[in-house]
Design a protein. Structure first.
Length: 230
């Protein structure tokens, strides 16, 4: 059942989304509904002055954006504490949605967008789940030095090409870690162009999977999942 199908408003949609994640076999935080409601309210309020999501999409923030962000969880099924980097997710998507749902994801968001800085910092404080924000480009020399082989998981939702993503992020990934790129219809073309950068960065596995919730929220969503030392 798609989020919000049997009720109205974002809160009913959030209840449905949390139920759907739980029914897919993923362990969910006990306060996930409250956290997602807080995040939804923050994004809606801030979107009036800072472009976080398209104005035409704000009415389907939960049913499309939250659902699409969460749709990777049935593929990942986190069952231990993971250090996670959300690259370019200063609108809270997908990183804060994932961290609000899973008790195992310790989220760091890195983004260089100045206008979103106040929003994401407030969101991290309000959610109070240990999420933090690093302002600046992920390819900054100091950031790369400080966070080399720091993260178990790196997520990026419609940020850049796979080739660039691997070049930026493979050095930040721990052995045994994964990069998950939220991609669309050109995913397979990007994979062919990025394979050399995957190997150069120490990656050794790359799979492409369709979204398990494609019919519910995003029929074009595909995930490119790259491993390092798996």
């Amino acid at each position: 059942m798609a989020p919000g199908e049997n009720g109205t408003g974002p809160r009913r949609e959030i209840v449905d989304l949390v139920d759907n994640v739980r029914s897919s076999g993923v362990e969910v935080r006990t306060d996930a509904g409250e956290l997602l409601t807080t995040l939804s309210d923050l994004i809606t309020r801030w979107n009036r002055k800072v472009n976080l999501v398209s104005r035409k999409d704000i009415g389907r923030l939960v049913s499309y954006h939250f659902c699409d962000s969460a749709s990777v969880l049935p593929l990942l099924r986190p069952d231990r504490d993971l250090e996670v980097l959300d690259l370019g997710g200063s609108n809270g998507l997908p990183g804060l949605v994932l961290a609000a749902l899973s008790p195992y994801l310790r989220m760091t968001t890195c983004d260089s967008k100045v206008r979103r800085r106040d929003f994401i910092e407030e969101a991290c404080r309000e959610l109070d789940i240990g999420a933090r924000f690093k302002h600046g480009p992920v390819d900054d020399r100091e950031f790369r030095k400080q966070h080399r082989e720091t993260f178990d998981l790196i997520v990026a939702r419609a940020v850049t090409t796979l080739r660039t993503l691997f070049r930026w992020c493979m050095p930040l990934l721990r052995p045994g870690g994964r990069i998950v790129a939220y991609k669309g219809s050109r995913c397979l073309e990007e994979v062919r162009q990025a394979e050399a950068w995957l190997l150069k960065g120490g990656g050794d596995r790359l799979v492409v999977l369709g979204s398990p919730w494609a019919e519910e929220c995003n029929p074009l969503r595909m995930f490119a999942i790259a491993g390092k030392g798996l």
